[in-house]
Design a protein around this ligand. Structure first.
Ligand SMILES: CC(C)(COP(=O)(O)OP(=O)(O)OC[C@H]1O[C@@H](n2cnc3c(N)ncnc32)[C@H](O)[C@@H]1OP(=O)(O)O)[C@@H](O)C(=O)NCCC(=O)NCCS
Length: 307
């Protein structure tokens, strides 16, 4: 991974939040109403919210460094059998398009993790579109978040150009900040990623291998659940330990080229994840195979099964 000279800092000044507004307009173009305004960011960070910016240096001495990424989240409550508990809800992570795939998203989340640990909080949650392979790779494979919560049309109709026209279904992921899984993924000696061959060798099945159209775009295929989804009281041993669910590797391109196909993918994966979650599966890993065609697969584990 190329590491340009970025620096991260915790944002606190009004003009820094105006820069965050500007960056949002660039990352999620098309609708002013989708921008979180600086006054709300300021109110939040004065009361436990955390906004961290990533800056790239200017081109020469007279040119000041500029904001190229940020992460923002706020304190929130979740409910447990022992009563309400504090968590951190991460609302937005964004990196300028010219600075992506250089590890900035990862660095921003790692800084957020450090700050939240210092607040004495043990859980960070956030949502993302489960069809976005890059986000899945970052959230699940690199950061070690897990997921067993599927929201249908979470935001209702979104108006920015990254989201308009497709129901806003979301995964809600949990990032257990003290867990061994997360500590390992964030350590300097991160684990070797497991690829498709590892999982297939361990007996995992792809329940929806996608097809490929003549224009190179993947289309959703028939779903084959390897257990009877109508029966709610199966014994644990009747569930395969690990299942693989395929998604497109470049969903933003599908949205650009063929909105109907993008909607088809949404409806297809809607029929898979909520059912697997109901039956006790948890998203524990993500496989991204570069190549032509690239392939992207979620890994879901049942019970104690993980690789
Ligand atoms: C999601 C986002 C913040 C990631 O930022 P980033 O700086 O590119 O993230 P990183 O470089 O740390 O990680 C991206 C990883 O995805 C990989 N990647 C790139 N394209 C991919 C694809 N199509 N599928 C899977 N992984 C992909 C990169 O190679 C990199 O992994 P690596 O470090 O193992 O090589 C950025 O893409 C973004 O701003 N997107 C638009 C807004 C958004 O979706 N925000 C999140 C929800 S609020």
């Amino acid at each position: 991974m190329t590491q340009r000279k970025y620096h991260l800092r915790i944002l606190s000044e009004p003009e820094e939040f105006l820069a965050v507004e500007e960056l949002q307009r660039l990352i999620w173009p098309g609708s002013e109403t989708e921008v979180v305004p600086s006054h709300l960011l300021i109110s939040s960070v004065k009361h436990g919210g955390i906004c961290i910016g990533a800056y790239a240096p200017g081109d020469n001495d007279s040119n000041r460094d500029h904001l190229v990424g940020f992460v923002f989240g706020m304190p929130a409550i979740y409910h447990t059998p022992d009563g309400p508990r504090l968590m951190h809800y991460s609302h937005m992570l964004g990196v300028h398009p010219n600075y992506r795939n250089e590890g900035l998203g990862f660095l921003l989340k790692r800084a957020q993790w450090q700050m939240v640990r210092r607040q004495g909080v043990d859980r960070i949650a956030w949502t993302y579109d489960p069809l976005l392979s890059r986000n899945a790779h970052l959230n699940i494979a690199k950061l070690g978040a897990v997921c067993n919560t599927y929201h249908f049309d979470y935001y209702g109709t979104l108006r920015d150009s990254l989201n308009a026209g497709v129901p806003s279904d979301r995964f809600e992921v949990d990032w257990w900040v003290h867990s061994q899984r997360v500590n390992r993924r964030l350590s300097r000696e991160a684990r070797q990623p497991l690829d498709l061959a590892h999982y297939l060798a361990a007996g995992a099945e792809i329940i929806n291998p996608s097809g490929l159209r003549s224009d190179g775009l993947p289309y959703p295929s028939k779903i084959r659940f390897p257990f009877d989804v109508q029966v709610s009281s199966l014994k644990a041993e009747e569930y395969p330990g690990i299942l693989l669910v395929e998604i497109p590797s470049d969903y933003p391109r599908i949205r650009e080229v063929d909105l109907n196909l993008a909607i088809e993918w949404r409806l297809h994966t809607r029929q898979i994840f909520p059912i697997l979650f109901q039956h006790g599966y948890l998203v524990t890993d993500f496989i991204y195979l570069k190549g032509h065609p690239a392939r992207s697969l979620y890994v879901l584990s049942h019970g104690e099964h993980t690789l």
